[in-house]
Every structure is written in structure tokens, then in C-alpha cells.
Design a binder for this molecule. Structure first.
Ligand code: PSU
Ligand code: MN
Length: 308
């Protein structure tokens, strides 16, 4: 599907035409989620992970007010160093377009743009959800998951969130929560949360078959695939809990809310864990890019060659 308001690189346009695997990647993690220079390294490494697993990476962002699917390396550098860059969810697209701004697209924003291009698989770190600091602060990510048919691979919702409330919301909205090789909903930095996923699936093929079954019924919601962070990089929930509580208390004390809350909490937790949580964050992002590429391969329709 072509949309005159979004610009694709020739490589991605070709992959769409030929029906070869594509994985969308978000860019708020580059512009707001990670410090420099790790943000640029991560952006490059995620693209490489996707390529190493035989899919085409499609990093979504806004550059000078243009919605872009796929960026050159120079453009990735520009985005990662950009200062007055917006965090773009549904609400913010028109602002960025009108004011010709650079923008990092959130999970919601990335899903929205990727859907316009016809991309079906997307990898991120952790989705947004219901915040602990205020139960009215519900990420647009949850609405996007309810409305956009796409496979979204994440490491669960960020541990800074109210996880039970986030799962309740997803259930209400009819979003299946798949545990990849796990029965337990992962909590971003940790592999455990004490909460259950709605279904456990053990291979990329099973996930692709599940998504087809969901959408063939006429369902419109996303399929959320939760992929626990690799064991070697995981931090236990017991270890994380006091730091999450401290960062959360500081946010309330300093009156931080809205779009600034998630970046503040992630940044503070990275300081409190002396960089350990940052390493975990990077590892889970790469792990998700890898799984998403393998799922994308299972989603493409193999061309049947008939001998004559
Ligand atoms: N995952 C990360 N780092 C991030 C995010 C996710 O590892 O920075 C971003 C995603 O783009 C997600 C956003 O959509 O945080 C959620 O922000 P909010 O809670 O304001 O909706
Ligand atoms: Mn929010």
C-alpha cells in the first residue's frame, strides 16, 4: 500500500514489492530512551541483527517533518545527535510535520507508520503501559496494540509500570500476549514477574501461524510477543524493585509526568544500577530484533515454483 505522506527507501519498497521479510524498528529508544553514544550503536546493531537473520530493517522516524521508513547511516547519526527532537505518538505526527521537526517514533507511532507501509512485524524493547505514578497515565502504545494488526516483539512491558493493570488493559482490548518459550510475562529487565501470558508458543513458525489464525477471524488487534531477556543479562525482580521504587518516588517528588516520565525513569534506573540496567536494555533490544526477523521470515508467503 502506498501512502503519499510517507517516504520509503528503495530497499524497503523493493522488499515490500517482492514480499521478502521486513522488520520495523522504533526510534524513540534512539532519541529519548538511551544516552549517546550507545543510542547510535544500538540503532546500527539492531539493523545488523535483522540483516543477519535475513530480513530488511525498517527504522521509522521523522526527519525535517517527513515520515520516513528506513534511514541511511548518515540519517541515523543525525537523529541520534539531534537535540530538539520530538517523541512522536499518534498525537504528535501533525505537530512534527507542520513544524518540520525531527522525531523519534514510539511503539504506537512506529506501528502507525509501519502499518501504512504494509509492514507486519516490529521489534522494540519494552512497550509502554499503565504508569504506577498515576493510573490515568496510560501509554498510547496500548491503544495502538488494540487497533493495529501487527506482530510486536518486546521483552514485556517496562518494569517501571503497573504490570497487572497493563495486562488487564490488554485483555480488555483483546490483545493476545504470547510468551516466547515462557509461561510468564517478562518484566523487561527481569525474566520473571509472577504474571501469566495468555498463550505460550515455542517457535517463530508457531507465532506466525498464531497471528494468521487471529487475523483470519477478522480480528484487528496486534499480537504481542514477549521475549524474555537472555539469562546472562537479566536482573532479578528482587534486585530491581528498590531502584524502581526510588526512581518512581523521585519522579513524583519532582512532578515529572507525561512524555517525560518514561525517559526519566529509565535514565534514573540506569544511574542507580551503575549502568547494569542499560546493558540489559541493549541486550534485550538485540534479542528482540533477532526473534522478529525470524518471525518475519515465517510470515512471508513462499513462492511456489511449478515445474513444467
Ligand atoms: N523501550 C525501551 N526504551 C524506550 C521505549 C521502549 O527500551 O525508550 C519507549 C518506546 O518508544 C515506548 C515509549 O513506546 O518508551 C513509551 O512512552 P510513554 O510511556 O510515554 O508512552
Ligand atoms: Mn505516558
Amino acid at each position: 500500500m502506498k501512502n503519499p505522506n510517507i517516504t520509503l527507501t528503495p530497499e524497503i519498497a523493493r522488499a515490500l514489492n517482492f514480499g521478502t521479510p521486513i522488520v520495523a524498528l522504533e526510534s524513540t529508544v534512539i532519541t529519548h530512551g538511551l544516552p549517546q553514544p550507545q543510542n547510535l550503536e544500538l540503532a546500527r546493531d539492531m539493523e545488523q541483527q535483522v540483516r543477519d537473520n535475513d530480513a530488511t530493517p525498517a527504522t521509522v522516524a521523522l526527519l525535517d517533518g517527513e515520515v520516513r521508513i528506513g534511514l541511511s547511516d548518515e540519517e541515523l547519526v543525525r537523529l541520534s545527535e539531534s537535540n530538539s527532537v520530538l517523541k512522536v505518538s499518534h498525537r504528535d505526527f501533525a505537530t512534527a510535520i507542520l513544524k518540520k521537526k525531527n522525531g523519534g517514533t514510539t511503539v504506537a507511532g512506529t506501528m502507525f507508520a509501519a502499518q501504512l507501509a504494509g509492514i507486519k512485524v516490529f521489534a522494540t524493547g519494552g512497550i509502554g503501559g499503565v504508569h504506577k505514578e498515576s493510573s490515568f497515565d496510560i501509554s498510547t502504545d496500548l491503544r495502538a496494540l488494540a487497533e493495529i494488526p501487527m506482530i510486536v516483539v518486546c521483552a514485556g512491558a517496562k518494569a517501571i509500570l503497573d504490570l497487572p493493570a497493563t495486562l488487564e488493559y490488554l485483555e480488555t482490548m483483546g490483545v493476545p500476549v504470547v510468551g516466547y518459550q515462557t509461561d510468564e510475562f517478562p518484566a523487561f529487565y527481569s525474566r520473571e514477574s509472577g504474571l501469566n501470558v495468555s498463550v505460550r508458543l515455542d517457535s517463530p513458525k508457531e507465532i506466525a501461524d498464531f497471528a494468521r489464525a487471529h487475523w483470519d477471524l477478522g480480528m484487528r488487534s496486534a499480537v504481542l510477543v514477549t521475549n524474555p531477556v537472555p539469562e546472562s543479562e537479566a536482573i532479578s525482580q528482587v534486585e530491581m524493585e528498590p531502584m524502581i521504587l526510588q526512581a518512581s518516588a523521585e519522579a513524583i517528588e519532582q512532578g515529572i509526568h507525561g512524555q517525560k516520565l518514561t525517559p526519566f525513569l529509565l535514565g534514573r534506573i540506569s544511574e542507580l544500577t551503575e549502568g547494569k540496567s542499560l546493558r540489559t536494555n541493549l541486550a534485550l533490544l538485540l534479542n528482540n530484533a533477532r526473534l522478529a526477523a525470524r518471525i518475519a521470515a515465517e510470515m512471508t508467503i513462499p513462492i511456489k515454483v511449478k515445474a513444467i
